[in-house]
Design a protein around this ligand. Structure first.
Ligand code: ADP
Ligand code: ZN
Ligand code: ZN
Length: 734
């Protein structure tokens, strides 16, 4: 195609504009392909944009249009379906397309660097065979045999099959022109892909597997509701083997926290094929390499956290979302997308099945499964020998806790350790004590930027704000009355670990929270200590609730179940049920049966009773009824407009203007507006915060209104004095 005057290149530019910008083609140059990056002038800068469309009319002033400076890709960087996915997400989540693209492209590509070639090579037998006689060496013959059988192998795969290094043999054969290296296409045979043999399914697993295998090749959405340890991951692995055998790729999303080396290791142990893993610990170069391998099809499996949903695939065959209820799938900043919901959209677009798995499904997914939009599969037994732990409340009214621990829990801990087993204590609050209070006048130390209590930390000693990054040294006197009677009040993980160490001096106490496990490597070390099996007590926050496998833990103690019962957030009970069930699931995962003790002042609370007696499934179905009555998600939908500023009155004033504009211009039936009101965390890091909630029964209503509102806010002078953001399908109302 040659450039003509009537071609307007519609380009996504990395800036907060909610539209594409028109540019003219570079004179005397061929038009770039759709999906290619281009370098364009923007203001006084040169920026990297992406060509989304070519139009033949423009609504911009044609005389002022500028020409693109350079074409950076001769072939599309993003294929049309992925580009369409970005466009849809940017529309739905009300985020400018240029910024949406910015969020998830590897940094080097964003910066306009060329796309490197990571096409992997593999070894093949030369055809036609050379006239030379076949090798006499038995080892070399074996190499030729294997290469023929599998129609090509990488040197690593060959080494694994031979169980000794293949490189010297390949070199020798290459010198004789018997083998050569060629670019790899997805392998035609599944056999070399399997390293460790698959487990033999139990009947329940077999049924789920068959149903999913039958649905490969077209779109369908499946919810696998399976208790912890019921063998969900084993099903994922065997489905992936099917997909790889077809020469297709699998995309697996996992929550932020569980992308420990453990998770990826389990995949690597099973498959020989190239697996790319995306997580926050990658260097730019590793991220780019992974992206390119997924795009070229060299990687058979892509496993990653939230943003991996945007990974290009040459030939997607299956999507899996593990722990689909996990909050980390929703981005809470900037481009506020839900990776789970986008993955479903993408699976539909690519006509492949998607499997959502969880022991504690979100109410959204559960409702979709119960209403028949998704297919529901259940696994109610643990795979292998392990038994499900029993959950028992500990009534704190009967035995008030001493420094957080009831006698019943302490005794159970002692019995567990004496038997040579391990115990896990769960407390979702890190630090030493959540408050430093004056025992004389009641004053407590608070962060001036957030107007919330500082958390007292001992090692290292500091007052730290858990809402912003502020910290200061620990005071010795009360700032109000001067008394030297300040003391830490309440219990954090640091303090409970100290208490336990004093109580059980002969056993190690291992604390796992974001202070002790500040990076994946450190977390892995701590986890490995526990997995070594020595009798010990593990104390931790929700960091230990998810994903880990601790075979020797036979007792789980929950210090405080009550905060979730009375949470102001409508998702409070759902989250509590998920967290308690996930923590409980850490107990008795192998041959040691488990007990879970839950300390509470409200053992008769109906929600807690239902959870303990009937399990999460029944608990969640009951919560769904309540949501239906309240028209709350998934029966109603929200868009949240947040605003914050250093001056107290500005956010509310701006939101009030928005509310009035909505009432005047968009009084659509079915749309409700709540607020404006100060946010539950009314101040954070020195900014006052407020919100306006839009609610509707139908998503299209919110979409339409949200879009109009965003466009209007972009031009509103009052909106320039605050930081504002729209959050579609918000999870966080704080
Ligand atoms: P989930 O993902 O539901 O937590 P996993 O797939 O991790 O469950 O399985 C839990 C444990 O049971 C693992 O140690 C796994 O190896 C084992 N397991 C899974 N399926 C089987 C099976 N069919 N037979 C024996 N053991 C199994
Ligand atoms: Zn005081
Ligand atoms: Zn603060």
């Amino acid at each position: 195609m040659s450039a003509s005057v009537s071609s307007y290149l519609a380009i996504a530019v990395p800036c907060p504009l909610r539209r594409l910008l028109h540019y003219l083609p570079a004179p005397d140059q061929p038009l770039p392909p759709i999906g290619a990056r281009v370098s364009v002038p923007f203001g006084r800068q040169q920026v990297v944009g992406l060509l989304v469309r070519i139009d033949n009319t423009t609504d911009q002033d044609a005389s002022k249009l500028r020409a693109i400076a350079a074409v950076l890709d001769t072939a599309p960087l993003l294929d049309p379906p992925l580009l369409e996915c970005y466009l849809w997400a940017s529309q739905y989540y009300l985020h400018p397309i240029g910024l949406a693209l910015q969020t998830s492209l590897p940094p080097t590509l964003r910066a306009g660097k060329p796309l490197p070639d990571f096409t992997p090579l593999h070894w093949q037998v030369c055809t036609p065979p050379t006239a030379l006689p076949p090798p006499r060496s038995a080892r070399q013959k074996r190499v030729l045999e294997l290469l023929e059988r599998y129609q090509g192998l990488s040197s690593a795969e060959l080494s694994a099959l031979l169980e000794h290094p293949a490189q010297p043999l390949l070199k020798a054969l290459a010198a004789k022109h018997l083998v050569h290296q060629v670019p790899r296409t997805p392998p035609p045979d599944t056999a070399p892909l399997l390293k460790n043999a698959a487990l033999h399914f139990n009947d329940a697993q077999q049924k789920v597997f068959e149903a999913l295998r039958a649905s490969l090749g077209s779109f369908s959405c499946h919810l696998l509701e399976g208790i912890t340890g019921s063998g969900k991951t084993e099903i994922y692995l065997q489905l992936i083997a099917e997909v790889l055998a077809k020469g297709q790729q699998a995309l697996v999303l996992v929550p932020e926290i569980s992308l420990t080396p453990q998770t990826v290791a389990r995949f690597r142990e099973r498959f020989h094929c190239e697996i790319v893993a995306f997580h926050s610990g990658l260097s730019d170069k590793e991220r780019l390499a992974g992206w390119v391998k997924a795009r070229s099809g060299a990687a058979g499996i892509v496993i990653g956290t939230r943003s991996a949903v945007f990974t290009p695939l040459r030939q997607g065959g299956l999507f899996i979302i593990d722990e689909e209820h996990d909050d980390s799938y929703k981005q809470q900043e900037g481009f506020r997308y839900s990776a789970r919901d986008l993955a479903i959209w993408r699976a539909r677009q690519l006509r492949v099945p998607i499997l959502l798995g969880s022991a504690t499904p979100s109410l959204e997914s559960l409702n979709n499964a119960l209403s028949g939009r998704y297919r529901l599969h259940q696994l109610q037994q643990r795979a292998g020998q392990a038994e499900l732990p029993t959950l028992r409340p500990v009534d704190l009214r009967q035995q008030p806790p001493l420094e957080g621990f009831s006698q019943a829990l302490l005794q159970a801990l002692r019995r567990t350790l004496d038997k040579g087993e391990q115990a896990l204590i769960f407390l979702n609050r890190r630090g030493f004590a959540p408050m430093l209070r004056c025992q004389h006048c009641g004053w407590f130390a608070e962060c001036p930027r957030c107007e919330r209590a500082y958390t007292l930390h001992q090692q290292p000693s500091a007052l730290r704000c858990h809402h912003c990054d502020a910290q200061q040294r620990v005071l010795e006197r009360c700032a109000q009355c001067g008394a030297e009677q300040l003391s830490g009040e309440g219990l954090g993980t640091e303090r409970s670990a100290q208490l336990l160490q004093r109580e059980f001096p002969d056993f190690p106490v291992i604390r796992i929270d974001s202070d002790t496990a500040h990076n994946a490597g450190r977390l892995h070390e701590l986890v490995q200590t526990v997995q070594s099996g020595i009798p010990c007590v593990l104390v931790g926050t929700q960091m230990i609730a998810k994903g880990h496998h601790f075979p020797k833990v036979s007792l789980v103690g929950v210090l405080d179940a009550d905060s979730g019962l009375f949470s102001a957030d409508f998702r409070g009970q759902e989250n509590l049920g998920q967290l308690l069930t996930q923590v409980a699931g850490r107990a008795g995962r192998s041959d040691t049966p488990g007990t879970v003790l839950i300390q509470t002042w409200y053992p008769e609370h109906p929600a807690l009773l239902r959870l303990l007696r009937e399990g999460y499934g029944s608990f969640a179905r009951h919560l769904l009824q309540e949501r239906r009555q309240g028209a709350l998600p998934p029966f109603g939908h929200f868009v949240l407009l947040r605003a914050e500023a250093t001056q107290r009155e500005l956010p509310l004033a701006m939101l009030e203007a928005a509310r009035r504009w909505l009432a005047a211009e968009h009084a659509v039936p079915g749309l409700d507006c709540f607020g404006p009101m100060p946010s539950p965390y009314g101040k954070r890091a020195g900014r006052f915060r407020a919100q306006l909630i839009l609610q509707a029964a139908a998503r299209p209503t919110l979409q339409q209104v949200g879009k109009a509102l965003a466009t209007w806010l972009d031009t509103l002078p009052a909106a320039r004095k605050v930081r504002w953001a729209l959050d579609v399908d918000p999870l966080d109302f704080s």
